[in-house]
Structure formats: structure tokens, C-alpha cells
Design a protein around this ligand. Structure first.
Ligand SMILES: [Zn+2]
Length: 284
């Protein structure tokens, strides 16, 4: 989930994007905002460096501040050629997978401190992350919450905080995803992760994917049984090998908190109580 931060500062971004403003009055206002913007971005970066990002509070935003920053984001970052180049660089930090859900493809920019509440951070690159549409839209304007910061919250990779449990003992494909509050994170960090899971509707999205992943697993086992007929203990051993090698591959590729790694941990732990023979009848 953590990425190397963008090298560009908010100041660099505005150096590239501001010269295209043709409305003199707006240009004048942006120059007027610059000292407040720069001060806020400096304070934000200091909080990142000191590891106290959750204590960061926004400074006062004067008249026109919110509207001007929303305008700037929409027209000079999203809607200008230099802005689009900067966005392409941010997408390139995680080209294949959205860092928030590890499932979708990045196609939008996420404000981790929402721009409605932190307008001075609307174009601070350290506050902008590549995100898939589902993650960005589901969170809307952030509902007043900041999200985990994919550049600065490096503690996220230190613990196994995403857990899955079998929601129905008769149906191993049916999993329930949650945060493991006892995994070593602080109560504040657990709350941040829980909000992240809720706001992006990840429980449901992971549940659906886990169902599909289990069905793919059964197809693979069925195919193996077609090539080499297996039953009883031999089948169980083959399933255990498949599950453990898949778990280590997914963990190595996507991290301990990848949704499929969490699902595979449950199936590895429960594999002796699952009726693999009944679930994957040998193909004649
Ligand atoms: Zn996503």
C-alpha cells in the first residue's frame, strides 16, 4: 500500500500550471493565496517528516480560498497540459493497482486529506495519490475524514491488519473481511484503517473477489484431478501445496494486507475441514 512519494512540491506544480491563467483577477488572487498555500504545504511536509501527520490541522482559508483552490485543481491541474503531465507522473507511481484497495486500476486522483476540508492541500503532490474510480467515488468528499496516506503512513506495511474469517462454515468461499485491532497497530491507526475499509466499501468488494478467487481455485484443482486422479489424503496434500504456494506468491507480489492473501490465510488454516473431494468432483 505504501508508495515512494512524488518528488514535486506544490510550489513546483504551480510554477508549471499557473502561467496558463488568462484571467488577470484570478491570477492576482492566486498570487495573493501563495503565501498561505506555501505555509500550509510546509506544515504538511513537516508533519510527514516528523511522523505526526494525523495531528495536522488546516490553517484559515480566507474569502475565495476554497472556490479558488477547487477551480485551480479542476482547471489548472486536471484540465491543463502541464497539469496532465504531472498527473501522469503520479499515476506512474502505482501503474497497475490502486494502492488503496489493491484491486482496481488507478484512473483518478485521490485527496487523502479531502479538499473540501483542506483546500490549501488541493494541489500538494504529497496529498494526491493514484486511485481507482471505486475508491475515489465511494469516499466522496472524505466525509470529514483523512484517509491513510500511501506515501507517509509506512506503518501500514509493518503489520498484518487485514483479516478474513469464514462467515459460513458450510461455504468456505463466503468470507468476512475486517481489521485485526490486536495486530500491533495503535487504536488510532486501527480506527483509520476501519474507516478506510468502510468508506471505500472494501468489505463487500473483497467478499465478491474472494468468492471468485475460491471458484478459480476449485477450477484449478478440478483440472489437476483430470490430469492426475487424486482423492483422500493425496488430494488434501496437493490442495495444501497449491494454497501455501499461492499465499506466498500473493504476499510477495502485493503485501501481507492484499485481499487475496487474507483470504488464502483462512483457507490454509481451515483446509483440513473443507471437503475438497465434494467441492471438486473428479472429471471422468
Ligand atoms: Zn481502489
Amino acid at each position: 500500500m505504501t508508495l515512494s512519494p512524488p518528488r514535486l512540491s506544490g510550489f513546483d506544480l504551480r510554477l508549471a500550471c499557473t502561467p496558463g491563467i488568462t484571467d488577470v483577477e484570478r491570477l492576482h488572487r492566486m498570487r495573493w493565496h501563495e503565501s498561505a498555500l506555501a505555509a500550509e504545504e510546509r506544515a504538511f511536509r513537516r508533519s510527514v517528516d516528523a511522523g505526526i501527520l494525523r495531528l495536522f490541522r488546516s490553517g484559515p482559508v480566507g474569502e475565495h480560498g476554497v472556490a479558488d483552490m477547487k477551480w485551480y485543481y479542476r482547471n489548472r491541474l486536471i484540465g491543463s497540459v502541464p497539469g496532465k503531465n504531472i498527473i501522469a507522473d503520479i499515476y506512474a507511481l502505482s501503474p497497475e493497482r490502486c494502492p488503496f484497495c489493491q484491486a482496481g486500476t488507478p484512473s483518478t486522483l485521490e485527496h487523502m486529506f479531502p479538499k473540501a476540508l483542506f483546500p490549501w492541500l488541493a494541489v500538494e503532490p504529497g496529498n494526491l495519490a493514484p486511485a481507482c474510480k471505486d475508491c475515489n467515488l465511494d469516499r466522496n468528499e472524505g466525509n470529514g475524514h483523512s484517509s491513510p496516506n500511501v506515501y507517509a503512513d509506512t506503518w501500514i506495511s509493518d503489520h498484518i491488519w487485514l483479516t478474513a474469517t469464514s462467515a459460513n462454515s458450510g461455504d468456505p468461499a463466503h468470507l468476512f473481511f475486517d481489521i485485526d485491532a490486536g495486530c500491533g497497530v495503535t487504536p488510532t491507526q486501527a480506527e483509520l484503517l476501519r474507516t478506510h475499509l468502510n468508506e471505500r466499501k472494501l468489505r463487500n468488494r473483497y467478499r465478491i473477489r474472494a468468492k471468485q478467487s475460491f471458484s478459480d481455485l476449485l477450477s484449478d484443482i478440478r483440472e489437476s484431478r483430470r490430469v492426475r486422479p487424486m482423492a483422500g489424503r493425496i488430494l488434501e496434500d496437493a490442495v495444501e501445496d497449491t494454497l501455501t504456494s499461492r499465499l506466498s506468491a500473493r504476499t510477495a507480489d502485493h503485501g501481507k494486507n492484499y485481499w487475496e492473501a487474507a483470504a488464502l490465510r483462512v483457507w490454509v488454516a481451515d483446509f483440513r475441514s473443507i471437503d475438497w473431494e465434494g467441492l471438486t468432483p473428479a472429471v471422468p
